[in-house]
Design a binder for this molecule. Structure first.
Ligand code: CP
Length: 321
């Protein structure tokens, strides 16, 4: 693995290697001294052309826990606002001798562009591109699912410990890179995925995905899924409006409220990649309930990103200490 651009690029063996390495990283993070010397002398750039709280801080934390130096680049306040291109920005970073680039961009394909040109010759990690992919989010979601629904992070004898599990992903499917990466990764790991939303928020072509498409949340809920992943309604990408009649109607049909939460099987978990629109796609009661693993997803993101950075930058140089 040279870059991490899309969840679909990962074979089952590669995905499991990242998840197993993340478990090893998690173990190191329960020690009093959390910092490992693994990436000492390496420099990781967080190149963020779009806003982020969780992903940027998580990558920064992960890199620092591995002793890398971290440069945080935000398009706001940089020469991008003076019109500098992605190419010139990448070549500038290359000239400064960085060792890896973590990139978030509103344009789908921007990380692939960096990985497939000679502008910069280092591992590229996609931290979310447009409505296309967010592979480390899918990996941290799979890690979280595995901890709750698998055999404690231990791989089942045949296949993976998510084999046969039913994960329902609900909401603004159209604008979500999280759903695309999760469908790809979870099915690679053997899980069954149902995608639910209003027809206006399901993209043309979704019927070709490796997932069942439904417009009826209650019908899918009645099947007793193992996990429900609520997606944010991405209002900032809905300039044309008209995706649903009113927020109240959206919540009534697709929101995870107390009655729907109560209908979930006892073992099933509630997920959300964040940031949450409380009161729209998820009620405060559901978000804060003991079925919610939202903050565990955030914590697990650090372990998964430590694993990705380690595997891309250091795995040839020895085991994590
Ligand atoms: N889940 C996620 O990508 O959150 P941020 O936009 O805060 O990084």
């Amino acid at each position: 693995m040279r870059h991490l651009l899309a969840a679909a690029d990962l074979s089952q063996a590669e995905a499991l290697q990242i998840l197993d390495t993340a478990e090893a990283m998690a173990e190191t993070q329960s020690r009093q001294m959390k910092k490992l010397p693994t990436l000492r002398g390496k420099t990781v750039v967080n190149l963020f052309f779009e806003d982020s709280t969780r992903t940027r801080i998580s990558f920064e934390t992960a890199a620092k826990r591995l002793s890398a130096d971290v440069i945080n680049f935000s398009a706001k306040g940089s020469s991008v606002s003076k019109g500098e291109s992605l190419k010139d920005t990448a070549q500038t970073l290359d000239a400064m001798g960085v060792d890896a680039v973590v990139i978030r961009h509103s344009a789908s394909g921007a990380p692939h562009r960096l990985a497939n040109t000679d502008w910069i010759d280092v591992p590229i990690i996609n931290a979310g591109d447009g409505a296309h992919q967010h592979p480390t989010q899918a990996l941290l979601d799979a890690f979280t699912l595995r901890r709750h629904l698998g055999s404690g992070g231990q791989r089942a004898e045949n296949g993976t410990d998510l084999a046969g599990r039913h994960v329902v992903i609900v909401g603004d499917i159209l604008h979500s890179r999280v759903v695309r990466s999760n469908v790809d990764l979870l099915t690679t790991l053997g899980a069954r995925v149902s995608v639910v939303g209003p027809s206006t928020l399901i993209p043309v072509g979704a019927e070709t995905w490796n997932a069942r498409i439904s417009y009826d949340f209650d019908e899918v809920l009645a099947e007793g899924p193992d996990a429900v992943m609520m997606l944010r309604v991405q209002r900032e990408r809905m300039s044309s409006g008209g995706f649903f009649p009113s927020p109240q109607e959206y919540t009534r049909n697709y929101g995870l409220d107390r009655p729907r939460l109560d209908r979930l099987p006892e073992h099933s978990i509630v997920m959300h990649p964040g940031p949450m629109n409380r009161g729209l796609e998820i009620s405060a009661h559901a978000a804060d309930s003991d079925r919610s693993v939202v903050l565990q997803q955030v914590a697990n993101g650090v372990f998964v990103r430590m694993a990705v950075l380690y595997l891309l930058l250091a795995s040839q140089e020895g085991s994590p200490q």
